[in-house]
Design a binder for this molecule. Structure first.
Ligand SMILES: *[C@@H]1O[C@H](CO)[C@@H](O)[C@H](O)[C@H]1NC(C)=O
Ligand SMILES: *[C@@H]1O[C@H](CO)[C@@H](O)[C@H](O)[C@H]1NC(C)=O
Ligand SMILES: *[C@@H]1O[C@H](CO)[C@@H](O)[C@H](O)[C@H]1NC(C)=O
Ligand SMILES: *[C@@H]1O[C@H](CO)[C@@H](O)[C@H](O)[C@H]1NC(C)=O
Ligand SMILES: *[C@@H]1O[C@H](CO)[C@@H](O)[C@H](O)[C@H]1NC(C)=O
Length: 859
């Protein structure tokens, strides 16, 4: 144990804080690159005449604020991305037919310029169908109302609108000089999206539509390659690309096309009532390494930053407000460790291989064992001399393997890839996480030489305090509330009436109950039932303004017992949407509200057909129409003081003013004390909230990175509320007196709402002999006859805090065989008693110096 060398490097992040300040003020004019062309061959995209191996970071601009964009782009670049990828969100850009919106979170030109000024490229996926767990898959709801329209098929009205919008976007980019041949960052576009999934539903018209979409796109003269993802019949001039958890072995439909992975699902989305998915960093790195190993050349993380479904932008039905996605950058833009750091190391290793990866037309395959294989890339380097890079994979889900390659022995952990940028030395193994926040790795059969773990705590400004002691309340009227109501004989389709201007649609009818009915009920049970064949997403039934019950579901049968009094009764049905359908064929026909028969049962003279009744309709809530959530209009409403002991009540508006927490850390509201509704801060809609408990089962299995991932594999949060924290972007906050307004549907306690900041509270790292030397030692590869000369160096552990934080104390350090994870470590059988004091000295030294690399020998 004594002979092993340990090197620690603790970096204080002042340096990166200064860098971050610089990137906040990018120059937003002029061109960003010397104009260059993009083409491709079977091996890769060819950028300015050179094949490139590219890593791309998926970031959807409206899921963050413009004030967050620079930081997200900078962190993508720091994490090793060459490209940013985004969809274009049609319903955000054309909310009303012919009226465009490119402001605020929809300022696409600004977003693209920021990418250009950071030196990254852009893959712009125009769609305009995007799926994306986004409301209606990105389609504007007005599109449904165009006579004769059928979406995503050979249909003239649809094609006309699609072409108009795609042309609008391409022209906008060209006018702003954002294509690469103009010196801008755009290197690639996308038309349609995962159409192959639904194409069969449209028969021949679907096939014709694919051809039309391709030639329409190519006809726009954008001058960069176009992609269709999941499109096995993509025409010759369009690259078909892969989406999935794994895309190694994917073959495009022509030998002239490169292997692109447009969506690497590094996590998954969540539904209200669902548990939270996590994809282990080791498995994700394995998938990515396998992709480049087997001939891939462009890989995009879907998502690199997921962000937030602000307002009513989340798709559905029932997708939650957070779109964290378990991405390398979390919902707030903070690094999610160890995923972010592990991928950064992976990208650095792939970059070291790039000269060899682009030099070879195809890898050489070598079988190393029953479940072990090598792919070797060699050829002539650009600057002369031979280059060679190899990937050694062990796809065995259970066991480590010892393999021989080029006369050397290598140990490969299960389900892992070792990357050898010089065909000799291992720069990285996907199962060995050297990034901070350690997770247990399955070690090889080599005798353990001990490992060192350190755990550090960061100063938290995470004061749990209730947001306000003083609240105002206002009752939302139950039922028809205003002038713009109308009456119609029959039940109308929900979206046909609301046009999605609100989640809510009131339906009111009058039910007269005779003395005979009452005596009938006295004999047979005192109730009647509202029965509807099929409904979505939420239905609330009121009789005489009293809530009888609520039904939640996606095209489920609704059966709600109701009680009437003799004489006239008001029957009120409130239908609500919780995110419009974003996936599947025939979206224009999906709609919302009711389908099938609607009746009232249990009457003496038989059932009453509600679809023939006369109904009065009202779209939305009075408070929504009066905009009482805005700074301008909230004072006009007749708010009254809420007593601290007020019992929870349904259909209430609440408001208060609050001061935000100091500092720059992301701010969240904890809404666990509330029921269900929507919330606004200074008039900005922060999203729908719902204190719904996640499924009880499914989280019990321990998360093993080994073996194929699926979204049910490593979930957490079972039995707890699906989402309690709601992001309030800093830029929406003023230094004091911020207006918070909530509309509460089911009853909650606003006095218990708290405001918090989010930061990485505990950092930990682990190194052992099994970890590889830090990649920066490789940063100037010296290729000599196909091998790279490196000095043998010991592994290091790096810990760093988010900007603006310092390491405040060291909680745990053990050189030996410590147990546990970042949640808590304990000393193992072997432990050097002076570990903590030595590490603490390093920390003190670190606080006085910006950077320190100190070797400790023979602890
Ligand atoms: C419904 O609309 C009519 C016609 O505009 C209006 O006279 C009536 O007052 C409205 N009802 C309510 C409850 O406001
Ligand atoms: C919605 O309205 C359109 C006319 O605008 C009509 O063709 C369609 O049938 C309606 N949908 C339903 C389900 O009522
Ligand atoms: C009345 O409602 C109750 C509970 O909602 C139900 O159990 C009962 O069967 C109903 N009675 C009749 C006659 O429908
Ligand atoms: C958090 O609480 C501490 C001590 O209770 C106080 O000194 C500090 O100012 C508070 N910070 C914020 C942001 O409220
Ligand atoms: C590289 O190869 C040449 C010719 O095969 C040989 O003479 C030279 O010594 C080699 N250099 C190194 C550093 O191995």
């Amino acid at each position: 144990m004594a002979e092993s060398i340990r090197t620690f490097s603790l970096q204080w992040r002042i340096l990166s804080l200064i860098i971050a300040l610089l990137v906040y003020f990018p120059i937003l004019s002029g061109s960003y690159f010397k104009p260059f062309n993009v083409s491709y061959d079977h091996r890769a995209l060819i950028i300015a005449g050179k094949r490139r191996m590219l890593v791309s970071a998926g970031i959807h601009y409206p899921r963050a604020t413009p004030e967050m964009w620079s930081d997200l782009i900078a962190k993508s670049k720091e994490g090793g991305a060459d490209v940013v990828q985004t969809y274009v969100f049609w319903n955000g850009h054309e909310p009303v037919k012919g009226q465009y919106n490119f402001e605020g979170r929809y300022d696409l030109v600004k977003f693209v310029k920021l990418i250009g000024s950071s030196g990254l490229y852009l893959h712009l996926r125009i769609g305009p169908y995007v799926c994306a767990e986004w409301n209606f898959g990105g389609f504007p709801v007005w599109l449904r109302d165009i006579p004769g329209i059928e979406f995503r098929t050979d249909n003239e009205p649809f094609k006309k609108e699609m072409q108009k919008f795609v042309t609008k976007i391409v022209d906008l980019m060209r006018e702003a000089k954002l294509f690469c041949w103009q010196g801008g960052p755009i290197i690639m576009l996308q038309i349609e999206n995962e159409y192959g999934d639904v194409e069969k539903s449209y028969g021949q018209k679907g096939k014709d539509y694919v051809k039309w979409a391709a030639s329409m796109a190519l006809g726009l003269g954008a001058g960069v390659p176009w992609v269709m993802c999941k499109q096995t019949d993509a025409p010759e001039n369009i690259i078909d690309a892969c989406n999935g958890y794994y895309c190694d072995g994917f073959k495009p439909n022509s030998r002239t096309k490169p292997v692109l992975w447009t969506e690497d699902w590094d996590g998954w989305y969540t539904k209200w009532g669902g548990s939270l998915p996590h994809r282990p960093a080791e498995d994700l790195a394995f998938a990515v390494a396998r992709f480049y190993q087997r001939g891939g050349s462009f890989q995009n993380y879907y998502m690199y930053f997921g962000g937030t479904n602000f307002g009513r932008t989340s798709g559905g039905p029932f997708y939650i407000t957070s779109y964290d996605y378990d991405a390398p950058l979390d919902e707030y833009g903070l690094r999610s460790e160890p995923k972010w750091g592990h991928l950064k190391d992976l990208h650095a290793a792939i970059k070291l291989c790039e000269p060899a990866l682009v030099a070879a037309d195809a890898p050489q395959y070598r079988k190393l064992g029953s479940k072990q294989e090598a792919h070797i890339y060699h050829g002539d380097g650009e600057t002369g001399g031979k280059v060679c890079a190899a990937f050694l994979a062990n796809i065995d889900e259970h066991k480590s393997a010892h393999v021989k390659f080029n006369g050397q022995s290598y140990t490969l952990p299960p389900w892992s890839v070792s990357i050898l940028p010089d065909c000799r030395h291992v720069a990285f193994n996907t199962a060995k996480v050297g990034a901070q926040t350690s997770v247990k790795t399955v070690e090889s059969a080599r005798p353990s030489l001990g490992s060192m773990s350190i755990l550090q705590k960061v100063v938290r400004q995470d004061n749990v305090s209730y947001i306000s002691k003083s609240w105002m309340a206002l009752k939302e009227p139950i039922g028809i509330w205003g002038e713009n109501n109308f009456t119609f004989q029959g039940l109308l389709e929900h979206l046909n009436v609301t046009k999605d201007r609100s989640d809510y649609l009131w339906h009111k009818t009058r039910i007269s109950v005779s003395e005979d009915d009452i005596s009938f009920w006295k004999k047979n049970g005192p109730n009647s039932t509202v029965s509807i064949d099929s409904m979505r997403d939420v239905l609330r039934v009121f009789v005489n303004k009293q809530l009888a019950g609520s039904i939640v579901g996606h095209w489920v049968k609704a059966v709600q017992p109701v009680r009437f009094i003799q004489g006239n009764n008001d029957l009120l049905l409130l239908t609500q949407t919780v995110g419009l359908q974003n996936y599947g064929a025939f979206l224009e026909k999906d709609g919302a509200g009711f389908r099938g028969k609607a009746k009232l049962t249990g009457f003496k003279n038989g059932d009453l057909d509600l679809s023939k009744s006369s109904w009065t309709y009202q779209v939305g809530l009075k408070g929504e129409a009066d905009k009482i959530y805005t700074v301008e209009h909230n004072e006009k409403a007749e708010w009254s003081t809420l007593e601290t002991d007020a019992s929870p009540s349904i259909f209430m508006w609440y408001k208060t003013y609050f001061d935000p927490p100091a500092g720059t850390d992301p701010v969240v509201l904890n809404l666990e004390s509330m029921g269900r509704g929507q919330a606004w801060v200074n008039g900005q809609h922060i999203g729908r909230y719902w204190n719904i408990i996640s499924q009880k089962d499914g989280c019990d299995r321990t998360c093993d990175y080994r073996g194929a991932y699926n979204s049910d594999k490593c979930t957490t949060n079972c039995g707890k509320p699906t989402q309690t924290r709601y992001h309030v972007p800093r830029s929406w906050l003023k230094p004091s007196s911020n207006l918070l307004v909530l509309f509460e549907e089911t009853g909650g306690n606003p006095f218990k709402i708290s405001v918090k900041t989010v930061t990485a509270g505990i950092l930990c790292g682990q190194v052992s002999e099994s970890h590889y030397p830090p990649l920066r030692k490789w940063s100037t590869p010296d290729y000599i006859n196909g091998t790279m000369s490196i000095n043998s160096v010991a592994p290091e552990v790096h810990l760093h805090c988010e900007d603006g934080h310092v390491i405040s104390s060291i909680e745990f350090a053990s050189y030996g065989t410590p147990r546990g994870s970042c949640d808590g470590f304990s000393i193992g059988k072997c432990h050097a008693s002076n570990s903590l004091s030595i590490v603490s000295e390093v920390k003190l030294y670190c606080l006085q110096h910006w950077q320190l690399i100190q070797s400790y020998e023979g602890i």
